[in-house]
Design a protein around this ligand. Structure first.
Ligand code: FAS
Ligand code: PHB
Length: 401
């Protein structure tokens, strides 16, 4: 067997949980397991700097903030994060503020995923966590047998093997873990548009996020700090981010966000990063097979309209850490046996909400769809019931919901 000899000459190590992926799911899982007295080893294909610098999510739900604080990771978040009471929903001529705190008693925090990642890297380093960066050839072995292990080649070119009691697949949407769950049922919805995202060194032109419906396409005004704005435009799939001039980006954003309406102005600034993100919903079930557990993007992908991707990863590992601690420290398998079903309830709630926000706000060019969307927006913005439904989902349902 071609891979067999590699197991024989691999340098062996043993731990309780082998974690594949050092993104937010993998590092937070290692942190929560350590707090529960369970050891882990993390392997990551990219460098520490690369993972820390990846520009992605920006919104933390209330329950995510509470969990990070309870895990001792909330100091910088509280000091540098920005609490938001709600969001604006907008369409031409109208802008309505939904106050989540008034509606459901909790808001959200603006704190970039890069900041969460930095806090996790610092906490794991302080704890002496073993993380192998820049590895290759990661393979999972015997996940449904009695000697599960992960083999990889480390950055020094050495073949390594980690024998573990459990393997956590936190390797995102392109890692090897998801394929190690045989006969997984997958659900997929690919949307006919993408998000063109920019970072700009300019103060936000709004105090809270603006989600704007416009006949030319959706736009979102978010932010990272008092001096850095994060904005998105709906664009056709396959749009080349380099093909748009800065001027065209700002002009399109101004049009869709209502520049000039009721005296509001969008202030442009130097664009420091640009990328195009395709939109899709993807769910895999089950999230466990034998000693392998999937968490985060390895198990599900949501369109970012509901700001759920990062928060779902946090919710998964909150459940998974409790399950593995109970199983490996107390010999109690009940939570581990229920992990997939428990996690999938929230996965589908967030998948539905992300689909609902996406289909409400992104234009298709069809006049009938536009009328439906505008009617839905009017109802959500003006009805207590509609606004409360959005607020409850956006601010986040309790973990384990
Ligand atoms: P991640 O993908 O963050 O981490 C997985 C890690 O596994 C990566 O570091 C990867 O290098 C590593 N890996 C992959 N293969 C491996 C292998 N074979 N061996 C070892 N390691 C391996 N969410 C939002 O809420 N809002 C947003 O605006 C938003 N924007 C996004 C933009 C982009 C371009 C992308 C890709 C995602 C975005 N997301 C957004 C979603 C994102 O935030 C994810 O939900 C979040 O990163 C999930 O965290 P993880 O599950 O840890 O996956
Ligand atoms: C972001 O700030 O990156 C962000 C905010 C809200 C979203 C998606 C992304 O729905």
């Amino acid at each position: 067997m071609p891979g067999g000899h590699r197991l024989l000459d691999a340098v062996g190590m043993r731990t309780q949980v082998a974690i594949i992926g050092a993104g937010p799911a993998g590092l937070l899982l290692s942190h929560l397991l350590a707090l529960g007295g369970v050891d882990s080893v993390v392997v990551e294909t990219r460098s520490e700097d690369y993972v820390a610098a990846r520009i992605r999510a920006g919104i933390l739900e209330h329950s995510s903030v509470e969990l990070l604080e309870a895990a001792g990771l909330g100091a910088r978040l509280r000091a540098e994060g920005d609490h938001h009471r709600g969001i604006y929903l907008q369409w031409p001529g109208e802008r309505h503020h939904l106050d989540f705190v008034d509606l459901v008693g909790r808001g959200v925090w603006v704190y970039g995923q890069t900041e969460v990642q930095k806090d996790l890297i610092a906490a794991r380093a302080a704890d002496g966590q073993e993380i192998h960066y820049e590895v290759s050839d990661v393979e999972l072995h015997d996940v449904d047998g009695d000697r599960p292990s992960v083999t990889f080649v480390d950055r020094a070119g050495r073949r390594m093997r980690i024998e573990a009691d459990a393997i956590a697949g936190c390797d995102g949407s392109f890692g090897p873990s998801r394929a190690a769950v045989p006969a997984a049922e997958t659900f997929e919805r690919v949307y006919p548009y993408s998000w063109f995202g920019i970072l700009a060194d300019v103060a936000p032109s709004t105090d809270e996020l603006i989600y704007a419906w416009h006949p030319d396409g959706f736009a979102l005004h978010s932010m990272r700090s008092a001096t850095v704005s994060r904005l998105y435009l709906q664009v056709p799939n396959g749009t080349d981010p380099q093909s748009w001039s800065d001027d065209r980006i700002w002009t399109e954003l101004a049009t869709r966000l209502g520049h000039g309406e009721n005296g509001w102005k969008l202030t442009p600034g130097p664009i420091t990063d640009r990328s195009v993100l395709p939109m899709r919903s993807h769910v895999r079930t089950p999230m466990r097979h034998g000693s392998l557990y999937l968490a985060g993007d390895a198990a599900h992908i949501v369109p970012p309209t509901g700001a759920k991707g990062l928060n779902l990863a946090i919710a998964d590992v909150a459940l998974l850490s409790k399950a593995l601690i109970a199983q490996l420290k107390e010999g109690n398998p009940v939570l581990a046996d229920r992990y997939s079903d428990d996690a999938q309830r929230r996965v589908w709630r967030c998948t539905h909400f992300s689909w609902w926000m996406t289909t409400m706000l992104h234009t298709s060019g069809e006049a009938f769809d536009a009328q439906l969307q505008l009617s839905q927006l009017r109802w959500v913005a003006k009805s207590q019931a509609g606004a409360t439904g959005l607020a409850e989902n956006y601010a986040g349902l309790p973990i384990g919901y």
